[in-house]
Design a protein around this ligand. Sequence first.
Ligand code: ARG
Length: 257
Amino acid sequence: MKKIIALILAAIMLTCAFVGCKDDSTDDSGDTAKPKLTVATSPDFPPFENLENGKVVGIEVEIMEIICEKLGYELVIEQIAFDSVIPGIETGKYDCGMSGISVTPDREESVLFTAPYCLAAQCIVVKADSAIASKADLAGKTIAVQLGTTADEFCRGEGYNVQSFEANPDAKLALTSGTVDAWVVDDLTAAEMCKGDSSVKILSENMTTEPYAFAFNFKDEELVDKFDEVIADLMADGTIASIFAKYEAPYTAPANN
Ligand code: ARG
């Protein structure tokens, strides 16, 4: 009899231990774990995103951190090549694309963009001693661009000889090493990557102007609406402008915002 009672007691204790343990863990994680937002980025694009001591930092990282904080997400950054960002959103491999992505009609067919948060331009970088002084001088010249960017598309459309590089530092190197005649890249990135480099100059004539936004899969319309609300607030209260100022980058608000 005693044995049976002991066995029953042991069984009850064991059951409680298991149930208790399971409950505890769900309680713990339920209280603290936020849903993850997996954000794909090509961190070769200062001041928006670049690597510092192995960490992705920059204007877009700061904006994204604030948005995730406000919407209750844990931000998980995945580093990938720029030309894989939009396909990765389309297939649902990543939740969001954060890569100084310019909104274009073509891309709007593949992904759902948030409201734009700034306006950028494509500019022309040449060697300091280059005779190229404007866009008109680029005819017949060889131009370096980053693969899959609007610069890539624009320069091919213009009929230039284009050399596409997976990462921006390689596109710049092609210019400084004399492999190409010019490098076409977004204005603030050109300014940042050419800071203090007297071997190159940025021409004053820009190629295009383009708004930047974050990209999502079409299924995430509700989340994009929430992003848009936060972006509107951050533009209205000057937060976005102040993040640009922190990176000493001139801020241009997108049109109609
Ligand atoms: N704004 C350009 C585009 O959308 C270039 C973006 C490059 N971004 C990067 N993280 N390397 O095509």
